[in-house]
Design a protein around this ligand. Structure first.
Ligand code: CP
Ligand code: NVA
Length: 310
């Protein structure tokens, strides 16, 4: 079975645990090394990762590129608009061609269906670098960051997400149900996360609460998470911003979470909207570790996809 990483569920709890443990292990092993130095075992020497971006990216682009380099491989990065994809060549034909040239593909796109199609026609692993529906790589980096800070596995912890119900929320919901942590989601009316993902997670036995006030999401939270109110490709509207405003993560909201709770944000942040400077730059913020952990977790995802772990 080809190991695509399109979402968290297909890897299952054991696959996700294997990825997280490998990420922690490799990060520890190379502490203090120059960033461009290849890991001692160079497990993906000779391998090439192709990356296609239909949307902007800072973290995903740099972290995947550094990930494959540290594993001993190399990358080719392209925006979809610079490829024949942008002139109408089909996803299926693109998948067939690139499968002959590189060892794994990462795609960032709006349409989750496009990602599924790439995987259907590729004969190499395909990785989800964000769609409008989910952002699984980011959520694994978030979990890694919690485990590092807390010094314990994520299982049994409580997370509070506030803001727009979006791709981050959907992947958090999936993660909570697979790795057995409690998730309390606080979103404005009309901005609920994906109903299908929520239903599947609940059927799996996930403990996920959906609320329409920010305060309810903070009850017992060990982790406070938010994301931009307007995702890439979405229309900015005054009405949406106004509805989201009470869901801002500020010092008063943080005070409702557990003492010692950490703050996470996948970034980019809109300081002064979904989060204040005082929280972003305050003592509970773990956002820079979280950004760095994209690199470590994605190394482990690449190794899992290429059957080197798990
Ligand atoms: N968090 C994240 O995916 O960032 P980029 O959009 O910069 O890749
Ligand atoms: N929800 C955001 C995440 C960015 C990393 C977006 O899709 O734009």
């Amino acid at each position: 079975m080809m190991r695509h990483f399109l979402d968290l569920a297909p890897a299952g709890p054991d696959g996700l645990r294997a990825i997280l443990d490998e990420a922690h292990r490799r990060k520890r092993l190379r502490a203090g090394w120059p960033k461009g130095q290849v890991d001692a075992d160079a497990p993906l020497a000779g391998h090439v990762l192709g990356m296609i971006f239909e949307k902007p990216s800072t973290r995903t682009r740099f972290s995947f590129d550094m990930a494959i380099r540290q594993l001993g491989g190399s990358s080719i990065v392209s925006s979809a608009g610079e490829m024949q994809l942008g002139r109408g060549e089909t996803i299926a034909d693109t998948a067939r061609v690139l499968s002959r040239m590189v060892d794994a593909l990462m795609l960032r796109t709006s349409s989750h269906a496009k990602l599924d199609q790439l995987a259907e026609f590729a004969t190499i692993p395909v990785i989800n670098g964000l769609t409008d529906l989910t952002h699984p790589c980011q959520v694994l980096a978030d979990i890694m960051t919690f485990e590092e800070r807390a010094g314990r596995p994520v299982e049994g912890s409580t997370w509070g997400y506030v803001g727009d119900g979006n791709n981050m929320t959907n992947s958090l919901i999936e993660a909570a149900s697979l790795l057995k942590f409690d998730l309390r989601v606080g979103v404005p009316h009309g901005m609920d996360p994906d109903a299908g993902i929520m239903a599947t997670a609940c059927a799996r036995g996930g403990c996920i609460g959906l609320y329409h006030t920010p305060e309810e999401a903070m009850v017992g939270a060990d982790v406070v998470v938010t994301d931009t109110w307007v995702s890439m490709g979405q229309k900015d509207s005054e009405a949406k911003m106004a509805a989201c405003r009470p869901f801002q993560v500020n010092d008063a909201l943080m005070a409702r979470a557990n003492r010692g709770a950490i703050f996470l944000h996948c970034l980019p942040a809109h300081r002064g909207d979904e989060v204040t400077d005082s929280v972003m730059d305050g003592p509970q913020s773990a956002i820079w570790d979280e950004a760095e952990n994209r690199l470590h977790v994605q190394k482990a995802i690449l190794l899992w996809c290429l059957d080197k772990i798990g």
